[in-house]
Design a protein around this ligand. Sequence first.
Ligand SMILES: Cc1ncc(COP(=O)(O)O)c(C=O)c1O
Length: 357
Amino acid sequence: MSPLMRSAVEAGYEGLARKAHPWEITPQKFFTGSDEFRATAAQLIDTSPDCVAIVSSASYGVATAALNLPIRKGQSILVLEEQFPSNYYPWQRMSDDKGASLKVVPWPEDEDWTAAVLRSLTEDVAIAALPNVHWTSGGKLDLVRIGEACREIGAALALDVTQSLGALPFNVRDVQPDFMVAANYKWLLGPYTTGILYVAPKWQGGRSLEENWITRANAHDFASLILYTKDFDEGARRFDMGERSNFALLPAATRAMKQLLEWGVTEISETSGALNRRLASEAAEIGFTSPPENLRAPHYLCLRRKAGIPTGLPEILARQKVFVSVRGSSVRVTPHVYNSAQDADRLIGCLRQMVSA
Ligand SMILES: Cc1ncc(COP(=O)(O)O)c(C=O)c1O
């Protein structure tokens, strides 16, 4: 859960307060805020705004992908061991419903998730449902190579990049996913309950989870809404969630994405990467290991320890105002541009104290 920056909080307050004067929320405003969000998200992943749908969560996006991607009995869906549940359960249900199976890539001993995925991408795989970064190991997946391998065997690629978009450079043109979702509340520094869903042009005639009015071709003219139509607005807009024009959350999410674009995702990745490099080497001296630098995402450090993670570690650290989380058997350290070398020193100091106590 990343912090919301002050300018995003302000944009959110302003948006929320607008509802105190509802007559100011003209029909046009149901579209302008959404268009701005869509255009900003599109810029971030280097695609056209027409390919972006506005969703509430990663699970909403994955459910949309699962509703639209075809699979035959006997085929399989590829996921990683310990993958985040939002990108696991929909595929489990789909495989149960369709007589397919889940193929779980086992945790690679050498921490090389890309090689492990490439080995598992055999002819039986119809869908590879993957992240860019493994959320309990920090391991990075080379999605350009994985995308190529998927296309070679005719498998679809459905991505949940919630743990990387905004902090690790990502480009739809290079990866060519079929569907890609990211919740805004983590590395996009946005509010909770906003998300970006990329839908490749070949799937844009597909089926939405909901049948809502604003995604229809006639939605701009409120007077004609009762002239029911089966035609949709352009591109991926048909996949937008109901009440997608959220007047409080969208401006906050858009403001945060604009700030990320201004800072530069490559620069963010390098800045947090430098801090994590230092943390990884100092943590190693006190018995915490992490995947090799070339195999992990720069912004996302997961520390493990042979003797196990001391119980209550996040709470003990929090008392000293150092905040980390434990996921699986790893301590997850996720600094951002607001963290300094002194913060890194404090964390190491606290860990050193704990293991020597
Ligand atoms: C990899 C990943 N995907 C998605 C989410 C959030 O999922 P949702 O938006 O469905 O709540 C998280 C939250 O921790 C996550 O780590």
